[in-house]
Design a binder for this molecule. Structure first.
Ligand code: ZN
Length: 136
């Protein structure tokens, strides 16, 4: 079994920024030479996350809208007394900082409408993303 890791930079442009990073992940898989295995995409931050879904502009606005409704900014959180971004931490917990996707015959085993998104909840910032490929 082989492993291959790469750290990618992501520049987010607004407080909430949902960025399709599928092409970057595919490029790392190609570089790895691994044809069958898994790829883990991990966000080493406490106010960002990663998810898989459709890249459609209305849906991206819906994701932002629903998360803002579920976890509104400044709703009396204790952490806001420290640095005023509790909503971003809580959204990151709900979305999760990591996903794993199978690689089959050198390709991501995602469905036709599935893309991988980096989800910024406390931007704009310079972020990092770890892409870790394991397999043969
Ligand atoms: Zn904080």
């Amino acid at each position: 079994m082989k492993t291959y890791s790469k750290v990618l930079g992501v520049e987010t442009r607004s407080s909430v920024d949902l960025r399709n990073i599928t092409g970057h992940v595919r490029q790392v898989i190609d570089e790895s030479g691994i044809k069958n295995g898994i790829v883990t995409i991990f966000v080493p931050h406490t106010t960002a996350g990663i998810y898989v879904n459709e890249d459609e502009s209305g849906l991206k606005r819906d994701v932002d809208h629903v998360l803002s409704k579920l976890i509104p900014k400044g709703a009396g959180y204790l952490h806001d007394e420290v640095d005023d971004n509790a909503h971003a931490h809580l959204r990151s917990i709900v979305i999760s900082p990591s996903i794993t996707i199978p690689i089959i015959d050198g390709r991501l085993a995602t469905g036709t409408w599935q893309s991988i998104f980096f989800a910024e909840f406390d931007g704009p910032r310079r972020r990092r993303l770890i892409v870790h490929v394991m397999g043969t």
